[in-house]
Design a protein around this ligand. Structure first.
Ligand SMILES: Cc1cc2nc3c(=O)[nH]c(=O)nc-3n(C[C@H](O)[C@H](O)[C@H](O)COP(=O)(O)OP(=O)(O)OC[C@H]3O[C@@H](n4cnc5c(N)ncnc54)[C@H](O)[C@@H]3O)c2cc1C
Length: 209
């Protein structure tokens, strides 16, 4: 057996982040998430307990306790360059208004509470804009854990495939015993691969039982 654990599961915020992002449940946006050299450009969803959505579910299968996720809240935009342009074009516009044009307004407000004082952009030194840009392109989240099997879409780990025939799915240790689908140590990414594996491995075994 390879130690089983929940995969494709929502992640739970640390206590500090839970306080910081209280009341954000339901808010979603397109992001780029990286964790353990894997990345996902998909949507992220704030939940009552933490983060979910395709980007998070996908990366949760590669996340291990203690790991940090790095989230680009504005993928495809060079925020520092954008803010520099806005400073010239609309100097009296507040940073919150400018951020609200690219991010949900509630989040823009919270960003101002946490990381930058809301004021007209021409009053904000470039160094501060650079710092803010770095935070929003590399928002670091250290989850407390996953929501567990209750909401996980798959189980990582399971019966070690080294002990199974790849042709018949029969156990190499116990004759006449077959393992297919979810119970094996085979886990696909989001996108139908887990159902496909269940059907395909079941079909294979079905030829021999
Ligand atoms: C909410 C959710 C969403 C998902 N979305 C997707 C998706 O979009 N795409 C995708 O590819 N995968 C998805 N999955 C994963 C996918 O459903 C599973 O990988 C797949 O169903 C596994 O098939 P399986 O036949 O191996 O196991 P299961 O579907 O779990 O079937 C096992 C069956 O065995 C029965 N059983 C258990 N114990 C016993 C017993 N002692 N005696 C008799 N019967 C027993 C169970 O009741 C169950 O019916 C999702 C999973 C969940 C939970």
């Amino acid at each position: 057996m390879v130690e089983p654990r929940p995969g494709l599961a929502p992640l739970i915020f640390s206590r500090e982040d839970a306080d910081r992002f209280k009341g954000f449940a339901g808010l979603s946006m397109d992001v780029m998430v990286t964790c353990n050299k894997r990345e996902a450009r998909e949507s992220l969803l704030f939940t009552h307990h933490g983060l979910s959505g395709p980007a998070i579910l996908q990366l949760s299968s590669y996340w291990k306790s203690g790991d940090t996720l790095v989230i680009d809240l504005l993928p495809g935009l060079d925020l520092y360059e954008h803010l520099g342009e806005q400073k010239i074009l609309r100097p009296k516009t507040t940073i919150k208004t400018i951020l609200s044009e690219r991010l949900p307004a509630r989040l823009a407000q919270r960003i101002c509470d946490l990381w930058i004082k809301n004021r007209p952009i021409n009053q904000i030194p470039d160094k501060e804009l650079k710092h803010l840009s770095n935070i929003l392109h590399r928002w670091e989240v250290k989850p407390k854990g996953t929501e567990g099997y209750e909401t996980a879409e798959v189980t990582l780990g399971g019966v070690d495939t080294h002990d199974l025939s790849s042709k018949t799915m029969e156990s190499k240790k116990v004759k006449g015993l077959y393992f297919i689908g979810e119970v094996t140590d085979v886990t696909g990414d989001l996108g139908g691969f887990n159902l496909q594996w269940a059907w395909s491995s079941g079909y294979c075994a079905g030829q021999f039982v």
